[in-house]
Design a protein around this ligand. Structure first.
Ligand SMILES: [Zn+2]
Length: 248
């Protein structure tokens, strides 16, 4: 799946998740969606030319090298008798539920011991990733939300609210990425290390007819428009507004 589609599916998932995290206002829901959209690009740090790996070239490039080395090493250590004889780099360690849960847990721990600046740093990374994939319009949205919080006079209280769900949103973004890749031809081993048919890195995917090619016509002309529509209609208040305008 292309980076922008991953980010868009992450955005939609964030809007669906927001009420469960207590983020009921439009501004709060947009922040959750921005975090899940940005986080939905993180698993592709295991690819040298992905958006995440090229984001801040020297830093994220080095991080990508470390991630790929670790993924390959873990694959060689844990592969089952029926697993393929591959390097185990792209679409392996970072494309698992274990990775998503660990990254979410680590973020929660890091923010709790380091304080508000850790939350601001994590938010800034998520915003940079989301803007890179979805476009500059998101910068204006984020600035609008920030001004709204400052205008209300208590941005630290809003930040404290964000730290409560930040790790969950980052983990969910990574899981959404895995689900997206599972629908493409290559599949995704996201249940590692549970052994299935002799493989600990078993690529879960639907029947071939239901899979699509990354960057192919189905992704561009069906999945992407659905994401755009969902990304608008899932905004708090958007659906009742549409129903009202159409006289429903
Ligand atoms: Zn991927």
């Amino acid at each position: 799946m292309l980076g922008r589609t991953h980010a868009a599916t992450g955005w939609c998932a964030g809007l669906a998740l927001a009420p469960l995290l207590g983020a009921h206002t439009l501004a709060q829901a947009v922040v959750v969606a921005t975090v899940t959209a940005g986080s939905a690009l993180i698993p592709d740090l295991d690819h040298p030319v992905s958006r995440a790996s090229r984001l801040i070239a020297p830093v994220t490039g080095l991080l990508s090298t470390a991630v790929r080395w670790t993924s390959g090493a873990v694959y060689q250590l844990t592969k089952g008798p029926a697993d393929e004889d591959v390097a185990g780099v792209h679409r392996h360690l970072t494309h698992t539920v274990v990775f998503a849960a660990l990254l979410g847990w680590w973020t929660t721990w890091w923010v709790s011991v380091t304080g508000p600046w850790a939350a601001v740093t994590a938010l800034a990374i998520a915003v940079l990733l989301a803007v890179d994939a979805l476009g500059d319009w998101l910068v204006l949205v984020v600035i609008g939300v920030a001004l709204l919080w400052v205008g209300r006079g208590d941005p630290l209280a809003e930040l404290a609210g964000i730290t409560e769900w930040l790790g969950i949103a980052i983990g969910v973004g990574c899981v959404v990425h895995c689900l997206g890749d599972a629908l493409t031809l290559s599949g995704c081993p996201f249940l590692w290390p549970i052994p299935i048919a002799g493989e600990t890195w078993y690529e879960l995917r639907p029947p071939r007819l239901l899979r699509f090619r990354t960057g192919g016509g189905f992704e561009l002309w069906v999945v992407w428009p659905l994401c755009v529509a969902g990304g608008v209609l899932l905004l708090p208040g958007a659906w009742p507004l549409v129903v009202g305008l159409t006289g429903g």
